[in-house]
Design a protein around this ligand. Structure first.
Ligand code: FEO
Length: 162
């Protein structure tokens, strides 16, 4: 595999694990605030991010590329409110989408068709990730400071299955 693409994919392993860290930090914070539905939703999201990281790990391994595991930065531990957390989540997913698009462009540039094909799943997944987090932000903005609305939303968030 092209050296630049290898490096960029190794970096994406770190980014996906960091995403899991980020959502887990948000989940624990929401749990401490008594918002168990938001916490459950975010824990599921964190698990998905580990699966994303593993897809990159397995793809690199299948291609005979060593995985250079990098340090994962510590996420912010305290999020003030679900709205602050989910605004960050949405912003983070937009950032991840940009990274995935850059990876696709690089795979094309170096003519790595297998990598380009592998990345298509992530291109589609990111559309969903942005939509999901964006919808939660919109609902939280509607709820505002209204406690009962927030608690109703928390109950809805608890119904996420995967
Ligand atoms: Fe793996 Fe949420 O991007």
């Amino acid at each position: 595999m092209d050296a630049r693409l290898q490096q960029a994919m190794n970096e994406q392993v770190r980014e996906e694990f960091f995403s899991a860290y980020l959502y887990l930090a948000m989940a624990t914070d929401m749990a401490l605030r008594g918002l168990s539905g938001f916490a459950a939703w975010l824990r599921i999201q964190a698990r998905e991010e580990v699966e994303h990281a593993m897809k990159f790990v397995n793809f690199l391994t299948d291609r005979g590329v060593p995985v250079a595991f990098q340090e994962i930065p510590a996420p912010r531990p305290d999020w003030d409110s679900p709205l602050t957390a989910f605004r960050k989540a949405h912003e983070h997913e937009r950032y991840i989408s940009e990274r995935i698009h850059d990876l696709v462009r690089l795979a094309r540039e170096v003519g790595d068709l297998a990598a380009e094909n592998f990345l298509q799943w992530f291109v589609e997944e990111q559309v969903e990730e942005e939509a999901l987090t964006g919808e939660v932000v919109a609902r939280l903005e509607l709820a505002g400071d209204h406690g009962p609305a927030l608690l109703m939303l928390d109950r809805e968030m608890a119904s996420r299955k995967d």
